[in-house]
Design a protein around this ligand. Structure first.
Ligand code: FAD
Length: 390
């Protein structure tokens, strides 16, 4: 009979210790309780599935890595992220934005008071965070092209600028807004800005056909005034922001993998259960070829992600390692979801059969946390010693 519980033919999960495997198993069973119909409807309507926020928070996934001293290994964390994306890549992305991009910024750069206020609230899902870095005029070149500014004014700061593509920012509670200090040393500063602050407006980006349940916003900051206590005191350079992006990039590699595995689940089940020419599709060699090519992608990506996670656990993960595995995971996933969609024939383009959702979700994952080209240039620079960015 077909193996449907997990797709780990080389037994990488055996690298987890028994208590970690128990966490992964518990997470799998909690996720099996989330209703696919609810997730599909939310995706179709481009609405966040609010009814699932508390169940998701109850699994611990929004903040288990935010407890200093008690964080899970990167290996476990990666496998949990993949499992969530296998269920629904929008949920994994939502968790990645609030828990990791936002949460890790606070964890790494926040004052003790900021951490005490925010980290438990993120973990419990009471506070949903956003990470506002990208701008309408600056995506891949944001390090050199940022135009949002922060000006010192009395005992606070005044922020002006626009941000684009900011996940969770239409209805979330607070965002880390990245801005360049006006005057002074031109530092890169991060501010905790509650989304209702006067001068803040966030417009949902409509017509987005990938990761539809995560809303992305176009944000305008017009003389947004915040106290100095809103500034993250531990950050003043883009290098430091890149340190957070290194880990979130690795995490997005796991998201890409899990999204592909979700498509594989649907393809394998369909191949076994659906009949043509009087036999299951799985009995045709050409169908097995589609499945095995998908499996090769999944397994090779998994192997690379496992090793990158182990490097991260030893504090040896370099920027180019994260870029290599992210670009590998995202581009192989893009091929995998197409192979899996093909196994379902016409059924493959119907939302209820799940592969089309994974197929479309693979596109946004391919682009964020460094496009294929930008990650290629990071790896190419490390290989050759020559920067080819501009
Ligand atoms: P561009 O930078 O304009 O790139 C367009 C194309 O040109 C790409 O193929 C790119 O690879 C290529 N290109 C650019 N420069 C070079 C070069 N030097 N050499 C070769 N090719 C090049 N940002 C946030 O801050 N917060 C978020 O929460 C967030 N969520 C997102 C969610 C989604 C669904 C999406 C799509 C994006 C999100 N982003 C977010 C933004 C994301 O990080 C950017 O989309 C990404 O960095 C690419 O920037 P861009 O879209 O402006 O594309």
């Amino acid at each position: 009979s077909a193996k449907t519980q997990n797709h780990d033919p080389l037994l990488f999960e055996a690298l987890l210790d028994p208590s970690e495997r128990a966490v992964l198993e518990d997470f799998r069973s909690a996720l099996s309780g989330l209703d696919d119909t609810v997730l599909n409807r939310a995706w179709e309507r481009a609405e966040f599935p609010f009814d699932l926020l508390q169940p998701l928070a109850a699994t611990g996934q929004l903040g288990r890595h935010l407890h200093p001293g008690a964080e899970p290994s990167h290996l476990l964390r990666g496998m949990l992220t993949a499992e969530l994306a296998r269920k629904d890549a929008s949920l994994a992305t939502f968790a990645g934005v609030s828990g990791s991009l936002f949460g890790l910024s606070v964890r790494r750069f926040g004052s003790p008071a900021q951490q005490a206020r925010i980290l438990p609230a993120v973990a419990s899902g009471e506070l949903v965070g956003a990470f506002a870095l990208t701008e309408p005029g600056s995506g891949s070149d944001i390090a050199g092209g940022m135009s949002t500014t922060a000006r010192r004014d009395g005992d606070g700061w005044v922020i002006n600028g626009t941000k684009r593509w900011i996940g969770n920012a239409t209805w979330g509670h607070e965002a880390v807004v990245w801005a360049k200090e006006q005057g002074g040393d031109g530092r890169f500063l991060g501010f905790l800005v509650p989304t209702g602050t006067p001068g803040w407006s966030a417009e949902k980006i409509e017509g987005k056909y990938s990761l539809r349940s995560v809303q992305n916003a176009h944000i305008t900051l017009n003389d947004v005034r915040v106290p100095d206590t809103a500034r993250l005191p531990g950050v003043e350079s883009f290098r430091q922001i890149s340190e957070v992006l290194k880990f979130t990039r690795l995490e997005v590699g796991w998201t890409a993998l899990g999204n592909a595995v979700g498509a594989f689940d649907a393809a394998l089940a369909h191949a076994v259960n659906h009949h043509q020419f009087g036999r299951p599709l799985a009995r045709f060699q050409l169908v097995q070829d589609l499945l095995v090519r998908a499996e090769v992608n999944i397994t090779s990506t998994l192997g690379a992600l496992v090793q990158a996670a182990r490097l991260a656990d030893r504090d040896e993960l370099q920027e180019e390692h994260a870029s290599l595995v992210k670009l590998m995971a995202a581009s192989q996933a893009r091929e995998t979801v197409a192979l899996c969609r093909e196994v379902l024939g016409g059924n493959g383009i119907v939302l209820e059969n799940k592969v089309m959702k994974h197929f479309m979700d693979a596109e946004a994952i391919y682009t964020f946390e460094g496009t294929h080209q930008i990650n290629t240039l990071i790896v190419g620079r490390a290989l050759t010693g020559h920067s080819a960015f501009a």
